[in-house]
Design a protein around this ligand. Structure first.
Ligand SMILES: Cc1ncc(COP(=O)(O)O)c(C=O)c1O
Length: 481
């Protein structure tokens, strides 16, 4: 049985884990580690104006379970960060990394190649739809997004449309933190501190059906058409000669899992073809079985011009990303002195590529994609039971990827104001969920949501366990409000 997590004082002498320098991990983390998207005041001592909490330190994983340094066990409801598709603790992946490190630990793809990158490129091209046959490796999702935008710009410069450089993307969508990717990102709060960002990005409405204009809420198809047409409108407004690409996730993560309404991508593809604008499917989260197929564009029946991916490509056993482009986009680079003057030292790292190959072996052997497709309706139905709680307004998503939107008033769909959301999410939910033995995400980059994206190996028993823990915490949250 999972023991519940406690906040252990950093002075607690029962804490067993220490750094090689003899410091308690929690103290060394507080004093030296800079967390990503982390409010450090939470971990500072009250004497320094902080809350004196201990940063959770995760030391071990096995399957869908993780443990902290105090020995407490949790369900990994987020696969780390939408990453660990095959689950934690796979010896086979550790072995693949060790073997490759012995054989060739590193070599770049700068005018050279190595077997693992070649094998992986061939394999990914085999899985990608249409003529997306060319793989450019990176070390993560943000780099993949940067790569796709730069390729779009250079492609149009090489093919006689040099003024096409702008990008359309959707409100509240997250596409990464490098300055180009951040410019494409549609979360103003994540961008404000870094303005001015790369110019030439424009936002259109996302596909949040729950928050759709009222006259479209009951007609998904009409909403999809409306949302897609906003892209055409933006292209017209910016000038078709200036727009290079549209970046869309198959299911938008930020805001809480917005699946595409029926017909949406069909219409987007039409629009992109009409205006000669490249469609980039940002599958950093959605690829590698998260929705069911190897690439999620297949789940929704469209063929993009580029796919950006990362995370699940190695199930997180090594860092890696990729941008996969169509033959058409590679064509100008096959001739003369032309090169895509872009690269990353660690892009296509041999150890990461070897891990990715073995990760894909596991996908095939265990039919993980089929498993997701078979289990997704049951996962959804289990989470939908939570709709009987007054706080739960909507359950949405696809595959093994769901968002549960929390509302103040179910009838009117009224959401929480900033202070309430702060109190609910940071003041209560994040800690209470973890204390209840479930690691998942309470997010308010859009309206407040709880997000779930567990390892793809989970089944009904784990869905039930997740539902029951969420139910307990959300019921308690009502008293707290
Ligand atoms: C859709 C999407 N694109 C890009 C990124 C950035 O990926 P990374 O954090 O690997 O740079 C993310 C990260 O979550 C993402 O969800």
């Amino acid at each position: 049985m999972t023991t519940t997590a406690q906040n252990v004082s950093t002075q607690d002498t029962t804490a067993k884990t220490r750094t090689p320098a003899g410091t308690l991990y929690a103290d060394a983390a507080r004093d030296h580690l800079w967390g990503h998207f982390t409010r450090h005041s939470v971990f500072e001592s009250p004497a320094d104006g902080g809350l004196g909490q201990q940063i959770p330190i995760i030391t071990r994983g096995d399957g869908w379970k993780i443990w902290d340094d105090q020995g407490n066990e949790y369900i990994d409801g987020l696969a780390g960060l939408f990453v660990v598709q095959v689950g934690h603790g796979r010896e086979e992946l550790a072995q693949a990394a060790a073997k490759q490190s012995r054989e060739l630990a590193f070599f770049p793809l700068w005018s050279y190649a190595h077997p693992r990158a070649i094998e992986l490129a061939e394999r990914l091209a085999g899985h990608a739809p249409g003529d997306l046959n060319r793989v450019f490796f990176t070390s993560g999702g943000g780099e993949s997004v940067e790569t796709a935008w730069k390729l779009a710009k250079q492609y149009f410069k090489l093919t006689g449309k040099p003024t096409k450089h702008k990008v359309i993307s959707r409100s509240v969508a997250y596409h990464g933190t490098p300055q180009g990717a951040l410019s494409i990102t549609g979360i103003p709060d994540a961008k404000a501190m870094f303005e001015p960002l790369v110019p030439g990005t424009h936002k259109v409405p996302n596909t949040n059906l729950y928050r759709a204009p009222e006259h479209l809420r009951e007609d998904e198809k009409a909403f999809g058409r409306w949302a897609a047409d906003r892209i055409a409108e933006a292209i017209e407004f910016e000038g078709p000669d200036t727009v290079a690409a549209v970046f869309l996730e198959p299911v938008q993560n930020s805001g809480g899992c917005f699946p595409p309404p029926a017909g949406y991508f069909e219409r987007v593809r039409e629009i992109c073809d009409e205006y000669d604008v490249l469609l980039v499917s940002d599958e950093v989260i959605c690829a590698f079985g998260r929705i069911g197929s190897m690439f999620a564009c297949d789940d929704f029946g469209y063929v993009p011009d580029m796919i950006t991916c990362a995370k699940g490509i190695t199930s997180g056993y090594a860092p890696m990303g990729a941008m996969i482009a169509s033959d058409r986009l590679f064509e100008p680079f096959r001739h003369g002195t032309t090169a895509f003057t872009h690269g990353f030292t660690f892009g296509g790292h041999p150890v990461a590529a070897a891990v990715a190959m073995t990760n894909l072996d596991i996908f095939e052997r265990e039919r993980l994609g089929d498993r997701v497709k078979e289990n997704a309706p049951a996962f959804r139905a289990t989470l939908e039971k939570l709709l009987d709680l007054p706080l739960v307004g909507d359950v949405r998503g696809a595959g093994y990827f769901y968002g549960i939107e929390l509302v103040k008033d179910k009838t009117t769909r009224e959401t929480f104001n900033e202070a309430e959301s702060e109190r609910l999410l940071r003041g209560f939910l994040s800690k209470a969920l973890f204390a209840a033995g479930i690691y998942c995400r309470a997010d308010d980059r859009g309206d407040p949501v709880i997000q779930l994206a567990p390892p793809l190996i989970m089944g009904q028993a784990e869905f039930d366990d997740i539902e029951s823990r969420l139910r307990g915490v959300l019921t308690e949250a009502e008293n707290y409000l």
